[in-house]
Design a protein around this ligand. Structure first.
Ligand SMILES: *Cc1c(COP(=O)(O)O)cnc(C)c1O
Length: 410
């Protein structure tokens, strides 16, 4: 990972991302704007996953825990992710799902602040985060204060054990300043847990620099780890030794193969592991992360900003007469790597776009969400997308009986 010093995307960076785009499999005719939901498949995964299955599993069998280093996949994969989120490597581990990881770190956090009675969270958070926060509160007899992120500051009193906040909002793409919120939580004596699901791989952040306490995030979005890829968690080194996580399984034990009757947590972040890790999923995620190897975080950010800004400028120029609202921040500094539009006919428009092989997604009630993945999306694709939406509105192609029936998965 190189830290480039330039702020804008130099032409070198544009060439670089043309090369990274080549490393993804893109189905013929598809323009893909859903990398914030499920990243494209890296060609290296296609080539090498069969090696993992045939050689490591098929031939190596149980010896591969050692010979193919399956044992250390959570740590090695975590170290690759750490480089994308401003963390020293030993603090990040890849395992389980984001929801499960949130449960583990949030319980650890409230135990570190026992005696305090409140968890503060964003009322508009991704629902799974809200569900997990509610359950942790129930288990520990705590109260949940769910308010819009901007109103959290007034609620941060001495009763607050933990704050749970998503860094890049899944609907609007608004970025909540990591330093500001972390400092505010700490000023109240609380700990903060960041959800980086829409951050890692699209927007750089600096967990260590901001002195964040805990973080969790997804492997299958901008990290391109494949459907249901393992997620990851971060626990600041200064807390780990005192952390008691609730899903204390044998993989988090100091000596799993001693088969001791008594649980003794591993020293480092390994204590956050629970059961046997999904080796195939971790292998794929680990391969996919290598695509970030020669890319600088500054170039990722500059390219993401360029793509989202191109989209917003074209929407303003071509789509405003059709009644589209930009539901993402217009200030690029406060905007993540996707842009949401709102329109009463948004559902039909997305269905017709999909028929034309432009893939984005829809979030209720009327958000049309388009992800711009710096590693593979291009400015030309963005212009084609806006042209297609313009055509769909002009020809009323959104207005079809088949598009009035909503499907479960969008
Ligand atoms: C995608 C996403 C999740 C998904 O959680 P899983 O448990 O991995 O399914 C959680 N939180 C946020 C903010 C997300 O965007």
């Amino acid at each position: 990972m190189n830290q480039a010093s330039t702020a804008g995307p130099a032409s070198g960076a544009i060439d670089m991302f043309a090369r990274t785009r080549e490393r993804f499999f893109i189905p013929d005719g598809v323009r893909y704007f859903d990398g914030n939901s499920l990243g494209l498949m890296p060609k290296a995964v296609q080539l090498n996953a069969s090696n993992v299955i045939t050689h490591e599993w098929g031939h190596g069998l149980i010896h591969s825990w050692h010979d193919a280093e399956w044992r250390t996949l959570p740590q090695r994969t975590g170290a690759k992710i750490a480089a994308l989120i401003g963390a020293q490597p030993q603090q990040v581990i890849a395992c389980d799902s984001t929801s499960v990881n949130l449960f583990k770190v949030l319980v650890a956090a409230v135990r570190l602040r026992s005696g305090r009675k409140t968890i503060v969270t964003d009322a508009d958070a991704f629902p799974t985060d809200l569900y997990i926060v509610d359950q942790v509160a129930k288990l520990f007899g705590l109260t949940v204060v769910a308010v819009p992120a901007s109103q959290m500051f007034q609620r941060l009193g001495r009763d607050v054990a933990a704050v749970v906040l998503t860094h890049v909002d899944y609907r609007s793409a608004e970025i909540y300043d990591m330093q500001t919120y972390t400092q505010a939580a700490h000023a109240a004596g609380a700990l903060i847990v960041w959800d980086l699901s829409h951050t890692a791989g699209g927007v750089p952040c600096d967990l260590d620099g901001c002195e964040a306490d805990f973080a969790v995030g997804c492997g299958y979005k901008y990290l391109n780890g494949g459907p249901g890829a393992p997620a990851y968690l971060y626990a600041a080194a200064r807390h780990v030794a005192a952390c008691q996580q609730p899903l204390a399984g044998w993989f988090g034990h100091a000596k799993p193969f001693d088969f001791a009757q008594q649980y003794r947590p591993a020293e480092g972040t390994d204590r956050f592991l629970c059961g046997t890790n999904p080796v195939l999923g971790l292998s794929v995620l680990s391969l996919a992360l290598d695509l970030f190897d020669d890319v600088s975080l500054d170039d990722i950010r500059a390219t993401s900003r360029r793509l989202t800004q191109t989209f917003i400028d074209l929407v303003d120029a071509q789509l405003a007469p059709h009644g589209f609202d930009v539901a993402s921040p217009r200030d690029a500094a406060r905007r993540g790597s996707h842009v949401s539009l709102r329109h009463p006919q948004g559902y039909g428009v997305m269905q017709e776009l999909a028929k034309r092989r432009f893939i984005g997604d829809f979030r209720t009630p009327d958000y049309m969400r388009f992800g711009f993945a710096p590693l593979y999306n291009t400015g030309e694709e963005v212009a084609e997308l806006v042209g297609a939406i313009d055509d769909i509105m002009t020809t009323h192609a959104w207005d079809q009986a088949a598009y009035r029936q909503r499907r479960d998965f969008t």
